[in-house]
Design a protein around this ligand. Structure first.
Ligand SMILES: CSCCC(=O)C(=O)O
Ligand SMILES: [Fe+2]
Length: 187
């Protein structure tokens, strides 16, 4: 099963609702990989002993991991955190999230600056490239539990848009341009 993703409408209504366009416009896994998103579907039921997850972590050097249970009782500054997640931002490193319970919306900007909404659910492992604009919200289930992965000492710093001069942003836009150039040359 592929990740469910779609282009968002332009309405300002409740962010926890799906925000499909009318009619809905789904986004293919090719389009997601074009903007540099990596995706795996794993079995979350026994994540502590999952051989597939172990292999991915080893291959990509994700030696750091912790768990986040996103509910008011377990997270300090819950409302503030959700607010920060919802503010469009980038990071200087990959953002790697493995979703274990509940669900939510991970929104990313594509190369034409359109919002793509990815509906993340248990078993979805998603890697966002450094420098991609994104944001996150819970959906109407109001709950999510996830694993954060990182290479080495984690850096959670986020940089709110605009960030056109940030090295990670420049590198990212350059990589998109190169990809587009290579695609043209292949035709
Ligand atoms: C809660 S999943 C990811 C939210 C986010 O973009 C972040 O932590 O930087
Ligand atoms: Fe982020």
């Amino acid at each position: 099963m592929a990740l469910e993703a779609w282009f968002m409408d332009d309405s300002d209504g409740d962010k926890r609702l799906p925000h499909h366009r009318s009619p809905p416009e789904f986004v293919s896994s090719d389009h997601l990989s074009d903007v540099g998103v990596l995706y795996w579907k794993l079995d979350p039921s026994d994540y502590e002993n999952d051989e597939e997850l172990r292999k991915i972590r080893e291959d990509r050097g994700y030696n750091y991991m912790d768990l986040v249970d996103l509910c008011p009782e377990k997270v300090d500054d819950y409302e503030q955190k959700l607010k920060n997640f919802w503010t469009e931002h980038i990071h200087g490193d990959e953002e790697i999230r493995y979703f274990l319970e509940g669900s939510g919306y991970f929104d990313i900007r594509d190369k034409d600056d359109r919002w793509i909404r990815m509906w993340v659910k248990p078993g979805d492992l998603i890697v966002l490239p450094a420098g991609i604009y994104h944001r996150f919200t819970l959906d109407t289930s109001n709950y999510i539990k996830l694993m954060r992965l990182f290479i080495g000492e984690p850096v959670w710093a986020s940089f709110n848009r605009p960030q056109e001069d940030h090295p990670a942003r420049k590198q990212y836009t350059r990589s998109l341009t190169e990809k587009a150039g290579a695609a043209l040359a292949a035709h």
